[in-house]
Design a binder for this molecule. Structure first.
Ligand code: FRU
Length: 652
């Protein structure tokens, strides 16, 4: 029996008088009246901001586990007892630690813990809702527990409600977050659909954390997607390789974890199998990857080495007994040595490997070659940055696109590309740019599929700590698969794979040319494929745009300024999280049209222009009504070209 349940049982022998309207559940008396407090962690505060943003409390005051005595303090705060209704909800913020930081609902009669929720490493409060209908009428209490003393060792709580919060106070319905709402069994599409902010046709982990998409390959006809994966918590940790497969490139089936890290030597050992790539080795699926050794737990070890693993059935992988394939970086690679990307080079028929690195304040890509995928020869530095693109380049890719070669590198949140010539040994860049101008595209992997198309997928990271998906036990997503192309202006562009249309379920809007003067709704839904555009030869507005995930309280604004040719994605008022403003230079096409394709998926946005520019962002709308797409014009009208909007189905 746990300490918590035992303590609750001991107390349950005391006479309990449940009050129908428990006092001060919202802390609006601005003290802990009505709560039994132990220890020195919890106090009530009126603070509205912390150094990085707003707490977003309800009303004036909330219960803080930090402001009195910071992270080191411990304690509990227990409400008075009250009869359970059908639903209980509260706002929670603070650290993620299921063992030491949580709010729990306890049945007074026997001390049984009915539900429990930890924080999400965010100061911003988010609402958790529990279905309590099974214990309706029974006497319960809520307790905040903090036995954590390290970083993020605190929990914040506010606005506990025993009535349904369908009315969030502004006439809107708050989304119901919380892992308790995710059924653990049943078919994948239903489980994924039950989670209100989980993308439905983008790859996400059912539980835990993912980052880079890796090992992308069409093997025996099937598209394979692996991902950097930590199954135990919605945070980065000792890396595994998750694995999924798709016959058509858009419907995915989860497969067993392909690579697992060695057992940790210490509790904080983050040794794991980092990013890499896949090749077809005469019918065997072969992975090349970074074996990362945490030198904190293994002093003196080489931190990053190239390893290989093979699978005859494409599902079960065995690391090679000959590992490491490359035991140590070449000289002058002090900033890192990782993310081997292997491909067959048509120039000389050899296998080539590019590896990310950095030296003397600039990023670098190393080139290796092999006749047989077994022995590798170092060929030198393929490209060195000038320092303006950071001191370390991760996740390099070298891929033929439109008669040229594209080198992609990831650096500190930005995906850079260089476009130029490659002769088998030397890469000569002609142009460079950013593959995606939005805030949340990183660690892309490119590959050539069986039909010869250069494809790319990126990690749709969330760029910071604001991630309400963590309250549902998982974190991060991959983008859709995109086709790479060289655009008419010489830039490297992307567009979603045409196969995405297989996910269209029903037509959400279909209109011919329309003249818009003010905000005009064009469709509704939270997983949409929106195809529209502006006729710039006839629009008179000084600013034209679309509102996405929009309601009276919040929304994302995509604005085009025809004078400056700037496309701006503003997610600052899109729901949970801080949001940001991103801009891209976008010229209309030769006929004066700006075509826009926007993919929305519950908490993601991918914008594509007809000229190949992409902007990707994660957003977390708070309200179920935040699902309107509208078009607008300021200072004149907007002539919308034909609009077709499809509702999207599940990829699972
Ligand atoms: C990029 C990256 C890679 C590394 C992996 C670790 O996001 O840092 O360089 O291999 O993630 O998870």
């Amino acid at each position: 029996m746990s300490r918590r349940i035992a303590a609750a049982l001991a107390l349950s022998v005391l006479p309990v008088t449940p009050t129908a309207t428990p006092p001060n559940l919202d802390f609006e008396s601005c003290d802990t009246a009505g709560w039994a407090v132990t220890g020195d962690a919890f106090s009530v505060t009126r603070e509205t901001t912390w150094w990085g943003g707003t707490f977003d409390q309800h009303g004036v005051c909330f219960l803080s586990g930090y402001l009195a005595n910071q992270d080191k303090a411990t304690g509990t705060a227990r409400s008075s007892t009250f009869p359970a209704t059908d639903e209980l909800s509260f706002l929670i913020g603070g650290g993620y630690d299921p063992q030491n930081l949580y709010v729990e609902l306890v049945r007074a009669a026997d001390g049984q813990v009915l539900d429990r929720q930890t924080g999400w490493n965010s100061e911003q409060l988010a609402r958790i809702t529990w279905d309590t209908s099974a214990v309706r009428g029974q006497s319960v209490y809520l307790e905040a527990v903090d036995t954590a003393t390290g970083g993020w060792g605190h929990l914040n709580l506010d606005d506990v409600r025993t009535t349904n919060v369908d009315d969030a106070g502004n006439g809107l319905t708050a989304r119901k977050l919380g892992s308790a709402r995710q059924p653990a069994t049943g078919p994948a599409p239903a489980r994924y659909a039950a989670d209100p902010l989980r993308p439905q046709y983008h790859y996400t982990p059912y539980q835990g954390w993912i980052n880079d998409p890796i090992g992308l390959i069409q093997f025996n006809g099937q598209y394979n997607l692996f991902a950097q994966y930590y199954p135990d918590a919605p945070f980065w940790g000792p890396m595994h390789w998750a694995h999924a497969r798709s016959a058509d490139g858009v419907h995915w089936t989860n497969l067993p974890v392909a690579l697992t890290p060695p057992p940790p030597a210490t509790p904080s050992d983050t040794t794991g199998e980092w990013s890499g790539s896949a090749v077809d080795d005469n019918g065997v699926l072969r992975l090349f990857y970074t074996h990362f050794t945490d030198t904190g737990a293994h002093p003196g070890a080489t931190p990053e080495q190239v390893f290989t693993a093979t699978s005859a059935d494409g599902v079960t992988f065995t690391p090679s007994p000959a590992n490491p394939v490359i035991a140590a970086p070449p000289a002058d690679s002090e900033a890192g040595f990782r993310d081997p990307k292997v491909f067959r080079d048509p120039h000389d028929g050899l296998w080539k490997m590019v590896v990310g690195s950095g030296h003397n304040g600039h990023g670098e890509v190393h080139l290796y070659s092999s006749p047989d995928l077994r022995t590798w020869t170092y060929r030198g530095v393929l490209l060195a940055g000038d320092g303006s693109t950071g001191g370390m380049w991760e996740c390099p890719n070298l891929i033929p696109v439109g008669g040229q070669w594209a080198l992609l590198v990831s650096e500190n949140g930005t995906e850079h590309y260089f476009l130029g010539d490659f002769d088998g040994s030397t890469f000569t860049p002609r142009t460079s740019g950013q593959l995606d101008a939005g805030p949340n595209f990183y660690a892309a992997q490119a590959f050539v599929d069986a039909s010869g198309r250069p494809l790319v997928m990126g990690w749709m990271n969330n760029g910071g700590a604001f991630d309400p998906n963590r309250l549902d036990g998982w974190s991060q997503s991959e983008t859709v698969t995109r086709v790479l192309s060289v655009e008419s202006d010489g830039t490297l562009g992307t567009a979603p794979v045409p196969e995405l249309s297989r996910l269209h379920t029903s037509l959400a809007a279909h209109n011919g040319v329309r003249v818009i003067r003010q905000d005009t709704p064009i469709a509704a839904g939270d997983s949409l494929d929106i195809n529209t555009g502006f006729d710039l030869t006839r629009s008179t507005g000084t600013s034209l745009g679309l509102r996405l995930f929009s309601s009276s309280a919040e929304g994302v604004v995509l604005t085009y300024d025809p004078a400056s040719h700037q496309l701006t994605l503003d997610t600052r008022n899109s729901g949970y999280g801080g949001g940001s403003v991103s801009t891209a230079a976008v010229s209309p096409d030769a006929t004066g049209q700006l075509g826009l394709r926007v993919l929305t998926d519950r908490s993601s946005i991918e914008v594509f222009t007809s000229t190949g520019v992409a902007l990707t962002a994660r957003v977390y709308p708070r309200y179920t009504q935040s699902n309107t797409v509208s078009a607008f014009a300021v200072g004149g009208n907007a002539v919308l070209t034909g609009t077709t909007v499809w509702s999207m189905g599940s990829a699972w």
